[in-house]
Design a protein around this ligand. Structure first.
Ligand code: FAD
Length: 416
């Protein structure tokens, strides 16, 4: 059934009790042509585009928990394409273009809100860096505006512009950036994939990857062995240990990132704002809660919860920018496990094992990449070669030296 105003009216007559389930609950089959491991945003988007763009429907997504239980439902929902490095710019801009038409494409309301992403700067050197980034974006056809102090003051009146230590000097705005309701993205892709015949297998953990004569032949799961000609891994924070099941050692470390939500208030903040002198970012959800976050927890972990020092640090940084928010109560906090790559950029590639493909290294910025990641990974799997948009996201770039060090931070995952 298509979701529309007509289906809404029709279902109103039965008190909205007859809506069909958004996707089936099939039993695993013994064999699929292709299996995607991980029912997060990237895995579900990959399945959707494999079916829609490449006609691959003998396909299953294998998820150890429930769909969307990972980072796709834990992030702070920011989308943008304000990148500097050529390998990233084209990819993230394609993602933003897909976001712009996504709801019509998969017939699901994901509340895409292009409210603008504003990166503040606090020194002359930072202004130069912002101007450089903005110019690179515009040269690549991406929208960017360099705002002076007064423009920022008018746009975000609650900002403490005179912030004693790091006064705000201006900002780089990407007007087309914004937020998207994260779990609706998982549901929309899941429903779209299911409608095209993809089996979504929940509560089905992959416990082994079977390889014979250098070729993948299937996966061991908690619901039995499932054979497959091709297997794509999209396990985000669990990428290293799932890839290790096939004997692969990845250039990935897993770290915890926390997010926070305040009580709901009337509209006070229209854009996404990021602090240039500390790791802090904030936006206001449509329900009114302020959604914010900061740095990684500073140690490697697979635990989806955070620690107190980071809570204090994030609050401190937030109040440096917005002292008025000290009156708000914060109501929820959670953590997610991030697949931090050694140069801060992702991997979408084949692996040395025939038929085994890899999608990982999203660090804490993979939500915005979801549509393009699924689209490119589907291409890579279907054609057994990368698309030009993900040609730079190679697994062997750390050996060959073709790293994509967007932040210039080197091999320090905690700084990406
Ligand atoms: C607090 C926080 C804030 C963030 N904020 C942003 C943001 O504002 N903007 C942005 O762009 N990005 C953000 N991110 C990053 C973004 O959420 C991730 O990069 C992205 O969601 C990762 O891809 P995914 O959706 O496929 O991951 P996930 O949803 O984690 O999907 C991976 C799936 O694999 C499954 N899995 C793992 N192991 C197995 C196994 N053995 N068998 C079967 N299934 C398995 C997991 O259960 C999980 O469902 C944030 C992340 C966090 C935690």
């Amino acid at each position: 059934m298509r979701y529309s105003v007509f289906s809404l009216i029709r279902n109103a007559f039965s008190g909205h009790t007859d809506w069909p389930a958004a996707w089936r609950e099939p039993e695993p089959r013994a064999y699929y042509d292709t299996i995607i491991v991980g029912g997060g945003g990237h895995g579900l988007a990959t399945a959707y585009y494999l079916a829609k763009e490449h006609g691959v429907t003998d396909l299953a997504v294998v998820e150890k928990g429930y769909l969307g239980s990972g980072n796709v439902g834990r992030n702070t929902t920011i989308i943008r394409s304000n990148y500097l490095m050529p390998a990233n710019t084209g990819f993230y801009e394609w993602s933003l273009k897909l976001w712009e038409g996504l709801e019509q494409d998969f017939n699901f309301n994901a509340m895409v809100s292009q409210r603008g992403v504003l990166n503040l700067f606090h020194s002359d050197a930072q202004r130069d860096a912002s101007a450089r980034r903005g110019n690179a974006m515009r040269l690549n056809g991406v929208d960017a505006e360099l705002l002076d102090r007064e423009q920022v003051r008018r746009m975000v009146p609650l900002l403490d512009m005179e912030n004693a230590r790091f006064p705000v000097k201006g900002g780089l705005l990407q007007p087309r950036g914004g937020t998207v309701r994260h779990d609706a993205v998982a549901w929309g892709y899941a429903r779209g994939a299911d409608q095209r015949g993809v089996d979504l297998l929940q509560n089905c953990e992959v416990t082994g990857i079977r390889v014979q004569d250098g070729r993948v032949v299937g996966v061991e799961t908690t619901r039995g062995f499932i054979g497959a000609r091709r297997v794509g891994l999209a396990c985000a924070g669990h990428s290293s240990h799932v890839a290790a099941m096939a004997g692969l050692r990845l250039p990935i470390e897993t770290h915890v990132l926390q997010a926070f939500v305040s009580e709901g208030v009337k509209p006070v903040l229209d854009q996404v704002v990021t602090y240039g002198a500390g790791h802090f970012y904030i936006s206001q959800s449509d329900k009114g809660g302020l959604v914010f976050g900061g740095d990684l927890d500073g140690y490697n972990s697979y635990a989806q919860r955070g620690n107190m020092p980071v809570v204090e640090e994030v609050m401190e940084m937030g109040l440096q920018l917005f002292p008025a928010f000290s009156r708000l109560r914060y109501v929820r906090q959670w953590g997610g496990v991030m697949d931090m790559s050694m140069d801060g950029s992702p991997i979408i590639d084949r692996t040395p094992i025939a038929g085994l493909y890899l999608n990982c290294g999203w660090c804490y910025g993979g939500f915005k990449a979801t549509p393009a990641s699924g689209w490119c990974f589907a291409w890579t799997i279907a054609k057994d070669e990368p698309h030009r948009l993900n040609a730079g996201f190679r697994l062997d770039r750390f050996a060959t030296g073709h790293v994509i060090d967007e932040k210039g931070a080197g091999t320090t995952p905690n700084l990406h």
